[in-house]
Design a protein around this ligand. Structure first.
Ligand SMILES: [Zn+2]
Length: 103
């Protein structure tokens, strides 16, 4: 399983990795592979990279960041939204439009 994730993390054709995990530790090859995949996506220029569904285990990759100023415009833990910093679909800090449906 981890070897599969590591290969997927390094494959530029992979845009999403989705898996069901029941229980997992916070420092496992699985979590490290997901974080590595997110880092690669970010370095490759993707604007919105997530490594969610592991609440509290993936650092900043649970949040949505503004590509204009890097402010965390939506902060999450798992599926729970902690804070939103948008006004009319734009970053409150710099005004960059953030695609999505924001209610
Ligand atoms: Zn911004």
């Amino acid at each position: 399983m981890v070897a599969f994730l590591e290969r997927a993390a390094a494959d530029p054709a992979v845009v999403a990795i989705k898996m069901t995990v029941y229980r997992i530790g916070d420092d496992t090859p699985f979590v490290r592979s997901l974080i590595r995949a997110a880092e690669i996506g970010q370095r490759s220029g993707l604007r919105y990279v997530y490594a969610g569904n592991l609440p509290g285990l993936v650092g900043p990759y649970e949040h949505t960041f503004c590509p204009g100023c890097q402010t965390a415009v939506v902060q999450r833990v798992g599926y729970r939204i902690l804070a939103v910093s948008l006004a009319d679909g734009a970053c409150k800090n710099c005004g960059t439009k953030i695609p999505g449906v924001w209610t």
